[in-house]
Write a protein that binds this ligand. Structure first.
Ligand code: ATP
Length: 447
């Protein structure tokens, strides 16, 4: 983990948030390369969900949430972790993560009994801060999907089975954030709520588990490092009938990368509370309760029903860490030399190709390199970097370390014979390619 943290800082993937003021615990900023890798990961998820499935729609909902949503979802009363206080050093710990009955801070055994600690962040809304006008920062993106269920259904003419997918920030006031970006207080989730007919839910649960495992492998996660934890009944969240956790062998141990829950009709049912008839046009205005009936009409059986929900919910930050951990390699080059490289899948690489003139500030080489960069950039594959360092060896090493799959060197033969050298990150092999064929070469490389 230390090697990853140091690479992230050194090369601009991840920084401690508010670092110059001593940091903010459990909060990180993604730097120039981090934001590219993170966006690529989110794009890959978005494509696999929305572009590859005509029965899944996207959503980008608000972070600030009406407290009623989180009251009826059960989060106000149950979204807690057990917390203990050390009476000796006054530190606080999550009780279910302690290895012994001793305080990990000072070793004292004088700990309080565990008590529930609600993980939601509350904030006041509007100019009057009298405690009555407040909202929550959403602790998961899912609830906004449920409360938009009818909006999406009505505006897209979808029928069951169908899904709504969303990527966005979630906030949890974790008692002990730890392990770099694994457990943080501000993070991003990639969540799909897939609505199915009750009775078909168990099949869909298994299908989504298989699909999601396949997807992680496509992102370069070794399947030998993934295991499935079939969450026992006594550990299930309040909404879940069954949950498969996809566990990954992180540097600090095997922990959850993604949870795939069968949420039954719990959420849509809760947000439809207090209506006796399944009449979705009915409105009730009572005690801030939902005014909508989140049900669908079964045309064959001519009755209303509340769909069941299968929810694959993945953490962007945990995915980022897993992918970085998989890609990180230190290769022995012999004679006491080694090179660090990130063997990222090309579609995830922050920089798709670096165009490097052999000689720094040589006008002809620079003009041609910039022309090549612009041509390749217009393919819209991601970032193509023009790098005028004049030190090819150093550039190759830097690009190995940040995972750039190919470097394109422009030299004097490029001017005379119209060729460039492509240098491959993983094999270090070099090949000559005609500039006329470069666009096709790069297109095919990323196809
Ligand atoms: P854990 O048991 O590790 O706290 P969870 O079961 O509470 O996780 P879920 O509510 O299922 O997590 O959230 C779905 C996904 O969101 C998780 O699989 C994880 O990838 C991500 N996630 C949850 N909490 C955090 C956090 N504090 N920091 C980073 N990612 C998180």
């Amino acid at each position: 983990m230390e090697d990853l943290v140091s690479l992230c800082k050194r090369r601009g993937f991840i920084f401690q948030s508010s670092e110059i003021y001593g940091g903010l615990q459990g909060v990180y900023d993604y730097g120039p390369l981090g934001v590219e890798l993170k966006n690529n990961l989110k794009d890959a998820w978005w494509s696999s969900m929305i572009y590859e499935n005509d029965n899944i729609e996207g959503l980008d909902s608000s972070i600030l949430t009406n407290p009623s949503v989180l009251k009826f979802s059960g989060h106000e009363s149950t979204f807690t972790d057990p917390m203990v206080d050390c009476r000796e050093c006054k530190s606080r710990w999550r009780a279910d993560t302690l290895d012994s009955d001793k305080c990990p801070g000072c070793g004292s055994t004088d700990l309080t009994d565990p008590r529930p600690f609600n993980l939601m962040f509350k904030t006041s809304i509007g100019p009057v801060d009298d405690g009555s006008n407040f909202g929550y920062l959403r602790p998961e993106t899912a609830q906004q999907i449920f409360i938009n269920f009818k909006n999406v259904l009505d505006s897209t003419n979808k029928s069951i089975p169908f899904g709504i997918a969303q990527i966005g920030k979630a906030f949890r006031n974790e008692i002990t954030p730890r392990n770099f970006i694994f457990r943080v207080r501000e993070f991003e989730q990639m969540e799909l709520e897939f609505f199915v007919k009750p009775g078909t839910d168990e099949d869909w649960h298994q299908k989504w588990l298989d699909k999601r495992l396949g997807w992680w492998e496509e992102q370069g996660v070794n399947k030998d490092k993934l295991t499935i934890y079939n969450v026992p009944k006594e550990e299930l969240a309040h909404y879940s009938k069954a949950t498969f956790d996809i566990m990954y062998e992180f540097p600090h141990g095997s922990e959850e990368l993604e949870g795939i829950a069968n949420r039954t009709d719990f959420d849509l049912g809760s947000h439809s509370k207090n209506q006796s008839e399944f009449d979705i046009s009915a409105k009730v205005e009572k005690n801030n309760e939902s005014n909508s009936k989140l049900a669908v009409h079964d045309l064959e059986e001519k009755k209303w029903f509340i769909p069941y929900v299968i929810e694959p919910s993945a953490g962007v930050d945990r995915g980022f860490l897993a992918i970085l951990n998989e890609a990180y390699n230190v290769e022995d080059l012999g004679e006491g030399k080694e090179r660090t490289l990130l063997k990222l899948k090309p579609h995830l690489a922050p920089i798709k190709a670096a165009v490097i003139p052999l000689k720094k500030n040589n006008d002809e080489l620079v003009v041609l390199s910039k022309k090549i960069k612009n041509e390749l950039q217009s393919l819209n594959l991601g970032r193509i970097l023009f790098e005028n360092t004049g030190n090819i060896g150093k550039s190759y090493r830097r690009h190995d370390e940040i995972g750039t799959p190919i470097c394109i060197t422009v030299d004097f033969d490029s001017l005379e014979k119209g060729t460039v050298t492509i240098r491959h990150r993983d094999s270090m092999k070099q090949e000559l390619v005609n500039i006329d064929e470069l666009v096709n070469f790069v297109k095919n490389f990323y196809a």
